[in-house]
Design a protein around this ligand. Sequence first.
Ligand SMILES: [Zn+2]
Length: 439
Amino acid sequence: MPDAGGARLWIRGGRVVDPAQGLDMRADVLVEDGRIAAVGEGLAPQGDSGGAGEGGRVLDATGLVMAPGFVDPHAHLCEPGGEHRETIASGARAAAAGGYTALCAMPSADPVVDDPAAVGFAVAAGRRAGGARVFPAAALSVGCRGEQLTEFGEVVAAGAVALAEGKAVRSTLLMRRALDYAQSFGVPVLGHCEDPWLAEGGVMHEGVVSTRLGLRGKPAVAEETGVARDVALARATGGRLHVQRVSTAAACRLLRRAKNQGVRVTAEATPHHLLLNHEALEGYGTEHKVDPPLRPAADAKALRQALANGVIDCIATDHSPRHYDEKEQAFDDAPFGVVGLETAFAVLHTELVLGGVLGLPTLIERMSPGPAGALGLPGGSLEPGRPADVVLLDPAHRWTIDPSAFLSKSRNTPFAGFRAVGRAVRTLVAGETVWSLED
Ligand SMILES: [Zn+2]
């Protein structure tokens, strides 16, 4: 006879921060059969017995923050075709180590994820990984060639939660059709909103630094025109647009206006665009080569304001694993991208929460219910009945970011050596610990 009590877990004595329910209080969390059963004071058995006598376990969270697990709306896991950089399993474990309990995997594998079989492979590999939950996005066009839409109904039935191209959709007509058609299946279109002609060939932000370095720039107006086009298409079709990795003040202004007008648009920003600027490229370091490029400090400041006031709904890592040899090339030749799953919370907590830009509950909102809502993913709340996807955070933990300790297979980060305060110390998916700092 199964012991029903064996599936009980109390997480005791922490500060529960659950923005979706407006909770910020000292409380215990009771987990039963992988789901949140209750949140409240004095739920857990007292003493050190661990509740063993009552057929359950107790996790002591004194001094820690208990929050709904983070949700990353934008990560690249490179499988199939790039397993030396990342696999679905290594990415899901790296995510768990960063406090993530779910992520949306971009279709940018090789071959690209553009049919039901490829989506099904990603779903199955994600289930086996034993880390964060993996929700794949499918390609918007066949082969990401921008010519013909994929079979939205089939890829969504196979488990795709969104449609994404991983680059600008050059054809305005195709983007309009995608936003229109995706509505029938209840999924958003994830936009790399950029004018491909203005951006072509740029390796960094077009400005005084690119001129000084003699590098070809991508102008800010490439993003502004791209966002303007796609917001207009979302308005015209009524479709759901999620703008990926916003980097400019101009895009924030467009998004604020669109939201005020009731357009169904959400937006994300990355830690690197929020915290760094184009002056970081002075040394030609390829670990700062990202797409869209790091912008001037004024844009980063506008992004931080937009994150604080909710024009930017959520944090995305745009986790883009690259092999050491790839990033060792000359600046023009090196690929774009940084890894971010294991550093996002720590760098944002250090710079934005301790820096006084926003409170911890707001950061948690932008990393959990914010992205879950934007993409329509489960998670993002500790409400009873929900899956027990929980992160325990130690906001006082001091550590130095060391890429050699990453669970990700790749090390390309601009935050190596960053002295962080705050860290995810335990991550639970469906009530089971999938990562712990102690282990
Ligand atoms: Zn990306």
